[in-house]
Write a protein that binds this ligand. Sequence first.
Ligand SMILES: Cc1cc2nc3c(=O)[nH]c(=O)nc-3n(C[C@H](O)[C@H](O)[C@H](O)COP(=O)(O)O)c2cc1C
Length: 193
Amino acid sequence: MTQTVLHIDASARTNGSTSRDLTAKIVARLNADTVIRRDLTSALPQLTEDWIGANFTPADDRDAVQRDLLALSDQLVDEAIAADTLVIGVPIYNFAVPASLKAWIDLMARVGRTFAYSETGPEGLLKGKRAIIAVASGGTQVGSDIDFATDYLRHMLGFFGITDVQFVAADALMADADAAMARANSAIEALAA
Ligand SMILES: Cc1cc2nc3c(=O)[nH]c(=O)nc-3n(C[C@H](O)[C@H](O)[C@H](O)COP(=O)(O)O)c2cc1C
């Protein structure tokens, strides 16, 4: 079966980045036919009043300026729709996700494209996909009370309909980098290709 991977990196570092090393290994392991690349060092814009107005305008009523405002968001959504698996590299910044990744999430949250309102509440529309998240941190342990990144990511991906989410953590690198990398590498080896 052909497989398409969406490879996202959120580390601001392009050299010496642990999360980038991990996502590269994960993508290599998946051996996908097609890899779509989205590097968040090329900053995504924040939401603006006009963007929100365009998003809240029914698609058929949007003018050319509003369609243009939503074009990047549409492209990001299209990339995720095209992917079978999302591989996302996430450094923990200030106990949470980098602002670049939050910007991606804000642009991904689109009624009628990534989620819909139903009688039973919101329903994710990106069903049947898998996400593998590589997390790097200096001291914050993934799953601890001060990790405000991973539960949030799991929730948002679930909100978009992606419920098959696995974490590969190289956390608390400052405490023992070798042990953290060993944990992450064995988690990668255990991933189904
Ligand atoms: C701006 C900034 C904020 C950080 N905040 C935290 C933090 O809250 N908790 C933590 O454990 N590590 C923190 N770190 C350390 C990074 O998570 C760690 O260096 C990680 O390896 C970064 O990922 P990368 O190697 O892929 O760039 C921070 C690093 C930076 C640059």
